[in-house]
Design a protein around this ligand. Structure first.
Ligand code: E4P
Length: 217
């Protein structure tokens, strides 16, 4: 399973990348806003740190506008994946941009039917949003399972990029189902290292070690 980081926070990306935890990055307009930085400038900096796909999202609503923005964003670096929304125009833009040999990430996917269309339009990645489905009491993880089953039925190569991840369980459940990629906020990736029994065990070992009066170095 590949790990993408869902952020435009360069310091956070650098920290995880130094640990070998980053196979790619996803951004969106909200994350660019949060970064407080210019989209081209911050995306270029991210692409200098990470060699894997870096998703940069278009904001036009018509296919022609999305294609123009996608071509512009793709000039930032060779590893840009143009992110387009799962609308009819987004699918048209996906078809054209993927036909030009560019990576395309089709985002805001909330149904298996939408995921089928993205694969047919030549998407490199389909981004089903788990957390936002859970937010309205639908089963985000079930969507990942349904898309996995469908794509496997036909050996489609579009990668399932499990997005809108809010918890460690989202990551482990997506891994069990066989999502190709997860994209998660840095805090959720770091939370994967935490376990209450690890902390408890460490406290006990440290207390016992202090009683020995020994030093290792
Ligand atoms: C994915 O590419 C999106 O940027 C992201 O996962 C959305 O997550 P959210 O629903 O927590 O905003």
């Amino acid at each position: 399973m590949k790990f993408f980081v869902d952020t435009a926070d360069v310091a956070a990306i650098r920290e995880l990348n130094d640990l070998g935890m980053v196979d790619g990055v996803t951004t969106n307009p909200s994350l660019i806003l949060k970064s407080g930085r210019d989209i081209a400038e911050v995306t270029r900096e991210i692409c200098e740190i990470v060699s894997g796909p870096v998703s940069a999202e278009v904001v036009a609503s018509d296919a022609e506008g999305m294609i123009a923005e996608g071509r512009h964003l793709a000039k930032i670096a060779d590893n840009i994946a143009v992110k387009v929304p799962l609308t009819w125009d987004g699918l048209r833009a996906c078809k054209v941009l993927s036909g030009e040999g560019r990576m395309v990430n089709v985002t805001l996917c909330f149904s298996p039917a939408q995921a089928i269309l993205a694969a047919k339009a030549g998407a490199s990645f389909i981004s089903p949003f788990i957390g936002r489905l859970d937010d309205i009491n639908l089963d985000g993880m079930e969507l990942i399972a349904q898309i996995r089953e469908i794509y496997d039925n036909y050996d489609w190569t579009t990668e399932i990029l499990a997005a809108s991840i809010r918890s460690v369980n989202h990551i482990t459940d997506a891994a069990r189902i066989g999502a190709d990629v997860i994209t998660a906020p840095p805090a959720v990736i770091k939370a994967m290292a935490s376990h209450v029994l690890t902390d408890k065990g460490l406290d006990q070992f440290n207390a016992d070690w202090a009683k020995t009066g020994q030093k290792i170095v």
